[in-house]
Structures are given as structure tokens and as C-alpha cells.
Design a protein around this ligand. Structure first.
Ligand code: FAD
Length: 462
């Protein structure tokens, strides 16, 4: 068999040059590669289209945190430690169940408890960010009798939960989180159901198609390659990235021949499975801590996740469209400077700004955060996920399964969820991960749409 070491760089180059979308938050930037892209011919023009750009969004700067090479669970534990009993960090990145809504809510409640244990009756508590963590923290503190003010940069609550509703769509679509990743045991399931939402199990079967439209059986090779590489790295003296482990362990010496080669399967696996949850690229993901067992079967939430946060926010003092730029803390309290130049003084503050924001210089701390906190923020990685939603007048596909993948194709959207089995509507959600997602976020709406339609072509073939 013709074998050679598989380089992850080739996996990255799999991703298409010119992909395409109706941006969630910001004006699209011109795509340098748009003219190089072929025109989609097999998939009809959708009746409605929506895309995201979380990676370039200044208030998220990515999708969710992951263990980058050299980081470890102590980094999250460090961030859970209060600074001078005045600053408290919370959010998915600080959670023991990172990258999830469930973890963010749990982290918000834990931070509220930390504050409640220290604060005197009548203290004023600030919460930066009205996402899942911030609203959970604020709710708990308000219910415990504290005066709470939530400062939110956007003109809406929800953060990385972003339900979108309009007449163009037959049901509310999720531009951010839409799945529960911890199986039926996820504590959020009951909360969502009590809120009138539907939670449906994702099927175990995934339909994978080759470029010619052939339905192909998922190869077991890539999971074996990654397991071998991770085992090799575990015996090493220092942490390396998953792609270094694959290359240096020899596990990545896979066949490059055949219509769909082992190398194609490996590239597809890294893009659609390893990076599926939080969008961590294999060349950044820690081989020691980054590859975890799936906690349980995935479930999809239907009906609009935002409803849960709207209930949580009822009666809270949420100041929206207010960007915190500087946090000054002293023995006496905390002052938050807003982008407008105004300041707000509180006794303590819970900071739920995403890791991507903390990594940037958008939020300044005076005095600077302790070394441990800065090192943790620097060490953890911020992954990338982007979504595209398409509604068609009629289904153009034969597949009846809800989960689709492609293999051997040059596409950024290698994973699709077919909503038809759940809602009866011809609506598809495409997901880009890792480097592909970062690239997609930079593209114009037209380029995102064209790329999405091209990536669906295997499903339009008989
Ligand atoms: C595309 C995508 C798909 C996802 N899919 C899933 C999924 O299926 N299941 C799942 O469990 N999780 C998923 N996640 C992750 C999940 O959405 C997050 O883990 C969770 O919502 C994070 O909540 P949070 O409160 O920690 O942060 P956020 O929701 O990001 O809240 C932080 C808030 O802080 C605000 N903020 C930022 N900077 C400032 C500032 N300077 N001043 C004031 N406010 C500021 C932000 O606007 C935001 O509202 C997904 C994420 C993305 C992007």
C-alpha cells in the first residue's frame, strides 16, 4: 500500500478557498478568494439564508474555549479563584464543563455563591455580560437579596445563545448554541422542557457522502490514528498538539490512495469530529488534555433556547449596549469604565466576558490581573464554530437522516443538520469548525452562501 506520513497541513488546505452568507452582526468584508470559486449548479437557491461570524465578533472572538497545547485544568481552576475578593470570573471557559451552555450556567451560579459567601447584606454587585453565565449569576444574587446590575455590550441578552426569529423561518433558528452535549443526564434538559422547549435526541446514524454523491461507511481509521497519537503523547515529557502527535508518533502514516483515502478520512475526522464541539484546530489542541470522551448522546433543542434566558432575566437590571473597557479594583470596591466614558461603581464584580475577549486587549484591568490569571487566559485556547442556515421551498435531497457529513470534498461546511426529520420543514444547518470557521467568518455573505451550496452538492446527487 502506498503510505506516507499524513501532514495536518493538508487537512487544513482541504478547506475551500471561497465560501460564503446574511451576517449576524457585522458588515461582511470582501473575500479575496471569491472569484476562484466554482458556481453551484446542483443545489437550488435557498428561500432564506442566515450566517454567523462569531470568530470576528468583538464580544465573543470565537465560539468556546478548549485546552490548547500547554494548558490544563488548573488554568480553569485558577480562573475560578477570586482576585482580592473583588473580581470573580465566570462563564464557559471557567467552568468544569467548558464549551457548553450547561457549564456556563453552572459557572454563573457557582460565582454567585462565591460572592454571596463573602458579601455583606445590601452590597451592590456588578455582572459583566448577559449571557448564560451572567444571567444565571445575576438571578441567583438578586434572589438572594443583593442589588445587582448587569452590564451587556450588545443590544440584546443571550451572548453565544442567539435565537433568531423572523417570518423567513418556520421556527426559531439558533445562530449560537443549539445542542446539549451531555446526554439525557444534562441538568438543562428538565429546565428547557419546563420552559416549553422540545429536546430531541440526535440519531446515532450519520449519512456520509463522497463528492460523487455515493453514501459511504465511516472509516474506523481516523479514530484509531488519534487514539494511537494521544497514547503516544501521553508517554511524552511535554504536551504537544494533536497534529504533532499524529505526525511524530507515526500514527498518521495512512494511505493516500483510493477514491476516498485514509488521509481523506483523517482530515474529515479532525474537521467534523475532533473539532465538532468547540472548534479546536488539531494543530492547537492539547494531546494531553484536549481529546476527551464524548460525555453522552447529543440532543437538539427546538423552540428557541433564548426563552430560558429571557425568563432568567425577568426583573433584572440589565444595562445593554454598554461595553466595559476597564476594570479598576481597590480595597473599597470596583469601578467599571464604559466605552462611553461613563463609570459605574460596585462592591464586587462577576466578569463573564468570553475567553476570546479576555485574551484581547479590549478589557483592561487596573491593577493588572495576578500572573496566574493572566497565564491561564493566555494558555487556554478559543475555538471557532460558524453556522449557516438555509431554507428551501422543497427538499432537494433524498437523505432522511438528520446528520450529514461529507468526505473527500474541499469544503468548509463538512457537517450538516437536516431539520426536516424534527420539524417537517426543508431547513438545513451547516457547521464550519476550527480554521475553516475562522476563514468563513471573514467571507462575504455571497461567498458563504456559494460555498455552502457547493458543499451540499453530494446530497443533491441521486
Ligand atoms: C456557533 C456556536 C455554537 C455553539 N453550540 C453549542 C451547543 O450546541 N451546545 C452548547 O452547550 N454550547 C454551544 N456553544 C457554546 C455556548 O454557546 C457557550 O458555551 C455559552 O453560551 C457561553 O455562555 P457565557 O455566558 O459563558 O458567555 P457568553 O454567552 O458569550 O456571554 C458573555 C457576554 O458578555 C458580553 N460581553 C463581552 N465583552 C463585554 C464587554 N467588554 N462589556 C460588556 N459585556 C461584554 C457578551 O456580549 C456576552 O453577552 C456554541 C457556541 C457557538 C458560538
Amino acid at each position: 500500500m502506498d503510505r506516507r506520513t499524513f501532514l495536518i497541513a493538508s487537512a487544513s488546505s482541504l478547506a475551500i478557498a471561497g465560501l460564503v452568507g446574511c451576517t449576524d452582526q457585522r458588515p461582511p468584508t470582501p473575500s479575496p478568494t471569491a472569484t476562484a470559486s466554482p458556481t453551484p449548479a446542483l443545489v437550488p437557491t435557498p428561500a432564506a439564508f442566515r450566517r454567523t461570524a462569531w470568530s470576528t465578533d468583538p464580544f465573543s472572538r470565537g465560539a468556546a474555549s478548549f485546552y490548547a497545547t500547554g494548558s490544563n485544568p488548573d488554568d480553569r481552576a485558577t480562573l475560578q479563584t477570586a482576585v482580592e475578593d473583588r473580581l470573580f470570573f465566570s462563564g464557559e471557559a471557567v467552568s468544569a464543563n467548558p464549551g457548553t451552555v450547561t457549564g456556563a450556567i453552572g459557572s454563573g451560579r457557582a460565582a454567585a455563591q462565591q460572592v454571596a459567601d463573602l458579601a455583606a447584606v445590601g452590597e451592590r454587585i456588578g455582572v459583566i455580560g448577559a449571557g448564560a453565565a451572567g444571567l444565571a449569576a445575576a438571578r441567583a444574587l438578586a434572589d438572594a437579596g443583593f442589588e445587582v446590575v448587569v452590564i451587556e455590550a450588545r443590544d440584546r441578552i443571550g451572548g453565544r445563545i442567539a435565537t433568531y426569529e423572523s417570518d423567513d423561518w418556520p421556527f426559531p433558528i439558533e445562530l449560537g448554541a443549539s445542542f446539549l452535549q451531555n446526554g439525557t443526564g444534562d441538568p438543562l434538559v428538565e429546565e428547557l422542557k419546563n420552559g416549553g422547549l422540545t429536546v430531541r435526541a440526535l440519531p446515532e446514524t450519520v449519512e456520509t457522502r463522497a463528492p460523487d454523491g455515493a453514501v459511504v461507511e465511516q472509516s474506523p481509521v481516523p479514530a484509531e490514528v488519534v487514539a494511537e497519537a494521544v497514547a503516544w503523547a501521553a508517554a511524552g515529557r511535554r504536551d504537544v498538539s494533536v497534529d504533532t502527535a499524529i505526525a511524530d508518533s507515526g500514527a498518521g502514516e495512512v494511505s493516500t490512495t483510493g477514491a476516498i483515502s485514509e488521509a481523506d478520512w483523517l482530515a474529515q475526522y479532525l474537521q467534523t469530529q475532533l473539532a465538532a464541539d468547540v472548534g479546536a484546530p488539531a494543530d492547537e489542541l492539547s494531546a494531553w488534555y484536549g481529546v476527551s470522551e464524548q460525555a453522552g448522546d447529543g440532543q437538539i433543542v427546538l423552540g428557541g433556547m433564548m426563552a430560558v434566558l429571557e425568563r432568567e432575566a425577568e426583573g433584572l437590571d440589565v444595562v445593554s449596549s454598554s461595553v466595559v473597557t476597564r476594570i479598576v479594583h481597590t480595597e473599597a470596591g470596583v469601578s467599571m469604565r464604559l466605552a462611553t466614558g461613563q463609570s459605574l461603581t460596585v462592591d464586587r464584580v462577576i466578569i463573564t466576558a468570553p475567553l476570546g475577549v479576555l485574551k484581547s486587549s479590549a478589557l483592561e484591568f487596573d491593577p493588572p490581573l495576578p500572573f496566574g490569571h493572566r497565564a491561564a487566559i493566555d494558555a487556554l485556547g478559543m475555538g471557532a464554530l460558524e453556522k449557516v442556515w438555509l431554507r428551501f421551498d422543497e427538499p432537494f435531497w433524498q437523505a432522511t437522516t438528520a446528520l450529514w457529513r461529507t468526505v473527500g470534498t474541499e469544503t468548509d461546511f463538512a457537517m450538516w443538520v437536516n431539520l426536516q426529520p424534527f420539524t417537517g420543514d426543508p431547513v438545513l444547518m451547516g457547521i464550519a469548525t476550527g480554521d475553516a470557521a475562522r476563514r468563513v467568518a471573514e467571507l462575504t455573505d455571497d461567498d458563504v452562501l456559494r460555498g455552502a451550496l457547493l458543499s451540499l452538492e453530494p446530497f443533491a446527487r441521486p
